[in-house]
Write a protein that binds this ligand. Sequence first.
Ligand SMILES: NCc1[nH]cc(CCC(=O)O)c1CC(=O)O
Length: 303
Amino acid sequence: MTAALRLGTRKSLMATTQSQMVADRLTALTGREVVLVGVTTLGDVSRAHLTQLGGTGVFVNELRARLIAGEIDFAVHSLKDLPTKQDERVVVAATPPRDDPRDALVGSGKLSDLPAGARIGTGSPRRVAQLRALRQDLEYVPIRGNADTRIGKIASGELDGVVLAAAGLGRIRREAEISQVFEVDEMLPAPGQGSLAVECLAVRDDLIELLSVIDDPATRAAVTAERSVLAALEAGCAAPVGAFASGDGHILSLTAAVVAIDGVRSVRKSASGPLPAAMDLGRELAAAMIAEGAGTLMGEQAH
Ligand SMILES: NCc1[nH]cc(CCC(=O)O)c1CC(=O)O
């Protein structure tokens, strides 16, 4: 009998749910048994670490360390949490079909229904900048913590709403509390939002082949283009950068924006190209954005 594959995952509800989805799909398609191995990351232990260590890369690095140590066979990450610089010892062996890429408001009503001065919680400069473009008269409050903690601040009266990724809300079964899903043209998602990355060691050819059955090439092309924008802008996960690509199977359409924190000034561009050229599409779009001043807008961020 073949040994069960060990899938490393963070222990949060969102992480274990998405890891279990991947495990079930892999077992259904290959017959291989998969066991989840819970891993505590520095980012889970301390929010202070998260800011000090420079963003969500801390979630990813601990799982990669377990891969390299041979304690797990593969790992599942939220793709938008992956640093743009890839560790050459690991590969993204699969990008499963993407879930809803959009951002969502959890609150008592739509953004346009909220009274002036209402307090909206979000720790993301990308969300704050785009929310300001929609409503200048609301108060945007920086918050951290997992989605449950954030949503809890509405019930306690601290906040009138919070903005989170629709995909994440679905994975923790709180989608019923969504009062508005933002269309991508009013709130451009973070590069990779709603997608997962399945990573294993680059030397595990056997595993790379096995995991390829859960890869969705259309999702891979889209997120490759989006992340290529981020990499070329030399921006991290805390930058006010949105990017979204979708395709019809042959042609990929990509839109990206850098929005100043005041929500007023922005550089926004779109381009399309063949799926296999996803990386170049993103790089070229970013170069055009830099030519229009995107770098200056990003440089203004306090973060
Ligand atoms: N940075 C945290 C994070 N990483 C992935 C998701 C949601 C799920 C996803 O986008 O795939 C979230 C929470 C959020 O942004 O609301």
